[in-house]
Design a protein around this ligand. Structure first.
Ligand code: SF4
Length: 77
């Protein structure tokens, strides 16, 4: 379980193979990966490596990816 970062991805994005591939590509610390069927998986052990770069947020439709700093009162990026 992550101590510092929580990432939420809307099901409509997680099930979209093109967006899943995009998120997997942009995250510099491999927080996203694709399952065998192309759907998105959040790699929980990597969550605390998040560098708060916002690349995943910018790569997906507005409001579908949320990155929250659990150590900062749960503030979203
Ligand atoms: S903010 Fe950057 S490091 Fe954090 S999950 Fe998104 S792409 Fe990865």
């Amino acid at each position: 379980m992550s101590l510092f970062i929580d990432v939420k991805v809307a099901p409509v994005v997680a099930s979209d193979r093109v967006l899943a591939a995009k998120l997997t590509e942009v995250c510099p610390v491999d927080i996203y990966a694709q399952n065998e069927d192309g759907t998105l998986r959040v790699v929980e052990p990597n969550l605390d490596e998040c560098v708060l770069c916002r690349l995943c947020i910018d790569a997906a439709p507005a409001g579908t990816v949320t990155v929250r700093k659990l150590y900062d009162g749960g503030a979203a990026l």
